[in-house]
Ligand binder design. Structure first.
Ligand SMILES: [Zn+2]
Length: 260
């Protein structure tokens, strides 16, 4: 069997048979790797705890028919705080699920997506425990950059229905800004009047959304945002991802249930 090396982040794992483990990962080259770790669940397994969720690992694999086989694995970086905090864990699980629902093995490779996953896991790992506001901010960041990388990016400067350029949105104060998940972006007044099912954003919501698109994580981190704006934009991004990628992650519903 041909073998290869890869660096990858572990997104999901589950049991196979008596003692094996299936591991789904996203590689630095931007591909999904589905692999089996034989006897990984035995006490004296050569893999030890190295195949834990969200670890960045260095792998040696053999190409298999359906699943590749993990021969060796070393940890490059383990995000230990994620597993210690319930909210961190659930948010990282949502990121993993979105990736696994929308990316397929052998599909278009996207090294940028790898960088994004790594950056977000790292950020979440370093947040203070139970800092749900920063977690939500990070999740908004992930959502918007994910949409940008995968080509589902919403239009924020032109009407998403008639394409008319909408000026000075960033400095709006009193006016409402209409956003349609269905049309994929903001709407001009005329199109808003003739379309149903849109969201109404205030200027600060729009500004936050706009900044999300344009800021790097290190600049975005210190951006101040009010709780109502964060809540509205978080929900908007969530709805947008669900509508455009058909990725209806159960954890989203779960969060709604507990009021997050
Ligand atoms: Zn229009």
């Amino acid at each position: 069997m041909p073998s290869y090396k890869a660096k990858a982040i572990i997104l999901k794992s589950y049991k196979l048979g008596e003692s094996d483990k299936i591991v789904k990962m996203y590689s630095q080259d931007g591909d999904i790797i589905n692999a089996v770790a034989k006897s990984a669940r035995k006490i004296r397994s050569k893999f030890g705890g190295r195949l834990e969720l969200f670890n960045l690992v260095d792998l040696e694999l053999s190409t298999g028919r359906n699943l590749d086989i993990i021969n060796q694995v070393e940890i490059i970086k383990s995000f230990k705080n994620i597993a210690l905090d319930f909210y961190k864990f659930v948010f990282c699980e949502i990121i993993s699920k979105i990736i696994l629902k929308t990316q397929v093995s052998g599909g278009d490779s996207s090294p940028l997506l790898f960088k994004l996953i790594y950056a977000c896991f790292n950020e979440i790992n370093n947040l203070d425990p139970e800092d749900v506001v920063s977690l939500k901010k990070t999740m908004c960041f992930f959502g918007i950059k994910f949409l940008r990388i995968t080509g589902y990016v919403p239009l924020l400067e032109n009407c998403s229905k008639c394409n008319q350029e909408l000026k000075n949105l960033y400095s709006f104060h009193k006016d409402k800004i209409y956003f349609s998940v269905k049309y994929g972006g903001i709407l001009c007044r005329k199109c808003a009047d003739s379309s149903g099912g849109m969201e109404v954003l205030g200027a600060s919501d729009y500004r936050f959304l706009y900044d999300l698109f344009n800021l790097k994580l290190e600049d975005f981190r210190d951006l101040e945002v009010s709780l109502p704006t964060l809540k509205r934009v978080y929900k908007l991004i969530e709805n947008y991802i669900i509508y455009h990628t058909e990725c209806n992650v159960e954890s989203f519903k779960y969060f709604k249930k507990i009021g997050l």
